[in-house]
Write a protein that binds this ligand. Structure first.
Ligand SMILES: NCc1[nH]cc(CCC(=O)O)c1CC(=O)O
Length: 304
């Protein structure tokens, strides 16, 4: 007997459809249940303009959630770093699949250290600007928007000397060959949850939550739980210059986080370790220690 296909709602961008297809394939391989992708055009995709004024990437998330509530789709795949840290109780993150690469990457013809003084580096992220400024205050940081292809195109055309994007996203859309350098976390701490995917469905479908949970990776879940608890406890918005990375080696969860002033001159950077079963506590504890050292002052207007 063939089972009915589950409907996986996805934005139509290359990154979104690729990530959704990866999850669909992994689920079908594990369970034998077919998955059908359902393309959804979101308000954010249509208007393009002033995404920040629409509430940042949250518009993409809420469009998919609306389709879950309407029953048009069974589940959705999000980039975890685009999800608000406060979970809407109507939905469950049924699976957090294994995270492979959390780091940021430089797309350029040159290594970061070899860029000429005054070279133009494109990134729309205050976190990346603040941390890169700490390393190279002599470069010019230019805000940019658009999908990865558009951003890479500005390097190819010579309009910019480099752009910085998540390594995971570049690899997923087949642009790994354009990466000149991957930043290690000592240089550039990624956004909380960067590189991880979240598989979400309605909380009132426990059978589906259980079925999707075959894709969950407990070590990824504990790591990103700590990162996101820290972000939430810092009361930082998605545009705040906050970096965090946690790694669960199966016994110990190590968390490192930084808050940098937007000019790159001041930073509070701290690490802590704990039990993976206490991931959220670890994140909250490290956030409290960072606030005690002035992290909230550094965030300035970027908090909330
Ligand atoms: N904010 C946009 C966004 N959301 C997820 C990714 C890439 C994939 C990931 O980080 O999981 C990107 C682009 C980028 O930051 O380069």
């Amino acid at each position: 007997m063939t089972r009915p296909a589950l409907r996986l709602g996805t934005r139509r961008s290359l990154l979104a459809t690729t990530q959704s297809q990866m999850v669909a394939d992994a689920f079908t391989e594990r369970t034998g249940t077919p998955v059908e992708l359902v393309g959804i055009t979101t308000y954010g995709d249509v208007t393009k303009a002033h995404l920040a004024q629409l509430g940042g990437t949250g518009v993409f998330v809420s469009a998919l959630r609306d389709k879950l509530l309407e029953g048009e789709i069974d589940f959705a795949v999000h980039s975890l770093k685009d999800l608000p840290t406060t979970q809407d109780p109507r939905f469950t993150l049924a699976a957090l699949p294994p995270r492979h690469d959390h780091r940021d990457a430089l797309v350029s013809l040159h290594k970061f250290a070899d860029l000429q003084p005054g070279a133009k580096v494109g990134t729309g992220s205050p976190r990346r600007v603040a941390m890169l400024r700490a390393l190279r205050p002599d470069l010019e940081y230019v805000p940019i928007r658009g999908n990865a292809d558009t951003r890479i195109g500005k390097v190819t055309s010579g309009e910019l000397d480099a752009v910085v994007l998540a390594s995971a996203g570049l690899t997923r859309i087949g642009r790994a060959a354009d990466i000149a350098q991957i930043f290690e976390i000592e240089e550039l701490l990624p956004a909380p949850g960067q590189g991880a995917l979240a598989v979400e469905c309605r909380a009132d479908r426990p059978g589906l939550v259980e079925a999707l949970s075959v894709l969950d990776d407990p070590a990824t879940r504990s790591a990103v739980t700590a990162e996101r608890a820290l972000l939430s406890a810092l009361e930082a918005g998605c545009s705040a210059p906050v970096g965090a990375f946690a790694f669960d080696d199966g016994h110990t969860l190590n968390l490192t986080a930084v808050v940098v002033s937007i000019d790159g001159r001041e930073a509070v950077r701290k690490s802590a370790a704990g039990s993976p079963s206490e991931a959220a506590n670890l994140g909250r504890r490290l956030a409290a220690e960072m606030i005690a050292e002035g992290a909230d002052r550094l965030m300035g207007e970027h908090s909330h």
